[in-house]
Design a protein around this ligand. Structure first.
Ligand SMILES: Cc1cc2nc3c(=O)[nH]c(=O)nc-3n(C[C@H](O)[C@H](O)[C@H](O)COP(=O)(O)OP(=O)(O)OC[C@H]3O[C@@H](n4cnc5c(N)ncnc54)[C@H](O)[C@@H]3O)c2cc1C
Ligand code: FES
Length: 314
């Protein structure tokens, strides 16, 4: 967490909650008073712990077949979410969460209505940072990994105008891309701009494993192709990435081969979210020793220098 940043347990008020795809929703939360001040400095890649336990389940016919067995499970723990956007206004701070419905908590979140109150702990963890001297940023997104990278895109566009950023967004197939653009427009598109990033003047490329949109293959291969064609200076370049761990590992390997700095946003199941319960361990290298140690994703991360992390695939 940033020095001087104050976290707390706050009550947010739902401003809107709308479906943007098969399983994707956007929730906007208003923070007022002390909460508005606390979230004003929320950095891209930080997260909140949201308490969805009080929200009701959707009616049975609205629960997807795949989630019927788990839907009734009690939601004991708060759930971690990043912000895709942060709007700091005079009297309030608005945080936007893009979420995918995967289980009991996210199912309940779909029932939140404007005006509902919801308890949120934050800001938590350490977000992305911008090292001195960078001029080129590559934002490599895997599926829902787009959430913190959309917030980062805004930060780079407003606060780091010296950096030119390009976005690479990958998913298994077109329908798994968590963007607002209509699905059939996506499947027609080859290298078109994603509005979520073009609004900041950033070029974006799509990659799908099955070739239903954009580059046919893994997003890491799309980044590799771009690097081969564009030859950015390694010392001036940085890769920011968020997505499934296997993709993060591949991205970290590619960046290391090209001597490019890389920051990865790691995901772990979390309980406390504040470094107490030790449930979110990430194995990390101890520089200069050949040894490793466990660091906590919630407190030391979720964003790490990719060189530090020992990925599950190694
Ligand atoms: C730092 C951080 C930021 C996150 N930001 C977002 C976000 O912006 N948008 C979003 O949709 N989701 C985000 N997530 C994931 C989100 O927290 C989970 O999807 C959510 O907790 C699911 O709750 P549930 O009760 O609906 O489903 P659960 O029943 O808890 O989970 C459903 C399935 O997803 C798997 N799963 C859940 N959480 C994780 C995890 N952390 N790592 C690996 N597998 C997991 C479970 O094993 C299970 O198979 C983030 C996670 C972390 C750690
Ligand atoms: S979630 Fe408890 S230590 Fe990280």
């Amino acid at each position: 967490m940033d020095a001087g940043q104050r976290k707390g347990d706050f009550l947010a008020v739902v401003a809107s909650n709308r479906r943007i795809g098969d399983t994707f929703w956007k929730l906007r939360l208003d923070f007022a008073g002390e909460a508005a001040d606390a979230f004003r400095t929320f950095r891209p890649g930080q997260f909140v712990q949201l308490d969805a336990a009080g929200a009701p389940l959707p009616p049975a016919e609205q629960i997807p077949e795949a989630l019927r067995d788990t839907a009734e499970r009690q939601v004991m723990l708060r759930r971690p979410f990043s912000f895709t956007d942060l709007d700091v206004q005079k009297r309030k701070t608005v945080g936007e969460i893009l979420y995918c419905v995967v289980g009991p908590a996210t199912l309940r979140m779909t029932m939140l209505r404007p005006g509902d109150g919801i308890a949120v702990i934050g800001p938590l963890g350490n977000g992305f940072w911008v090292p001195e001297g960078k001029r080129t940023a590559l934002l490599a997104v895997g599926g829902m990994g787009t959430a913190p990278l959309q917030h980062l895109a805004r930060h780079l566009a407003y606060d780091h105008k010296e950096i030119e950023a390009t976005v690479f967004a990958g998913a298994r197939t077109t329908r798994a891309l968590p963007f607002e653009r209509k699905q059939d427009e996506i499947s027609q598109g080859l290298g078109f701009a994603l509005p979520e990033f073009s609004r900041y003047g950033m070029e974006s490329f799509i990659a799908t494993d099955d070739g239903t949109a954009g580059f046919h293959g893994f997003v890491t291969d799309c980044v590799r192709k771009w690097l081969d064609e564009n030859h950015p200076k390694p010392e001036n370049t940085i890769v920011y990435t968020c997505g499934p761990e296997v993709m993060l590992a591949a991205m970290a390997k590619l960046a290391a081969e090209r001597r490019i700095d890389c920051q990865v946003s790691m995901e772990r199941r979390m309980a406390c979210g504040i470094g107490v319960c030790q449930s979110c361990a990430v194995e990390c290298r101890v520089p200069g020793t050949g040894e490793t140690m466990y660091r906590m994703c919630c407190k030391d991360g979720p964003v790490f220098d990719a060189r530090e992390v020992v990925f599950g695939t190694e």
